[in-house]
Write a protein that binds this ligand. Structure first.
Ligand code: B4P
Length: 184
């Protein structure tokens, strides 16, 4: 049974690696970014509320995400493990998740931080060309990451559950390191 939390700045490869690893392990890849993008594409009430935040590079308000993550982790397919990609994104989401996992009687294995230098992040994101990948938004997302998400490295390190992986390598090399973490 594998349960992993993927941390890391925008463009670190969380989505890329979480998908690959979840396929290999045959467990669900739960990406809050993907869920929000699909809500926007379908113009659901959630999508309509989230859109302006994502376009500006801001975090979507917690209250739009907490119930959603709670419901998703209760789905039958998540009983055999999961990879959470992009959640938690701030300390209050992390505290919420800690409580939720206690309630569900689940323990996660590791929070994995994919470490990549800023200049590499910029060039990856600007090269990807997603709707929220223009230069101004990317700069704001990196700033929001430093202020809101980076403190989670300390949060999980204090709980002795942090693994840091060098994400500035080929996709295959990063996946191999992650497989070693899963096997450890
Ligand atoms: P996310 O969808 O989580 O996306 P991301 O952080 O921008 O990218 P990721 O790190 O997954 O990068 P990827 O693998 O795609 O968030 C988007 C937005 O959603 C946020 O800004 C926020 O507004 C909102 N949101 C999501 N979750 C939230 C939450 N919990 N609370 C509040 N708001 C939330 O890789 C990027 C590029 O690099 C790709 O082009 C890829 O091909 C390339 N790449 C990957 N690995 C590589 C490698 N090893 N070498 C070279 N290139 C590589």
């Amino acid at each position: 049974m594998t349960r992993l939390i993927f941390l890391g700045p925008p463009g670190a490869g969380k989505g890329t690696q979480a998908k690959l690893l979840a396929d290999l392990l045959e467990i669900p890849h739960i990406s809050t970014g993907d869920i929000l993008r699909s809500a926007i594409a379908q113009a659901t009430p959630l999508g309509k509320k989230a859109k302006s935040y994502m376009e500006k590079g801001e975090l979507v308000p917690d209250e739009l995400l907490l119930d959603l993550v709670c419901d998703r982790l209760k789905q039958p397919d998540a009983h055999k493990g999961w990879i959470l990609d992009g959640f938690p994104r701030n300390v209050s989401q992390a505290a919420f998740l800690e409580k939720l996992l206690q309630e569900l009687n689940q323990v996660f294995d590791y929070a994995v931080n994919l470490d990549v230098p800023d200049e590499v992040l910029m060039s990856r994101l600007l090269g990807r060309g997603r709707h929220d990948d223009n230069e101004q938004t990317v700069r704001r997302r990196l700033e929001v990451y430093r202020n809101e998400t980076e403190p989670l490295i300390g949060f999980y390190s204090e709980r002795s559950s942090l693994k840091v992986i060098d994400g500035d390598r080929s996709v295959e090399e990063v996946t191999q390191s992650l497989q070693q973490v899963v096997a450890s």
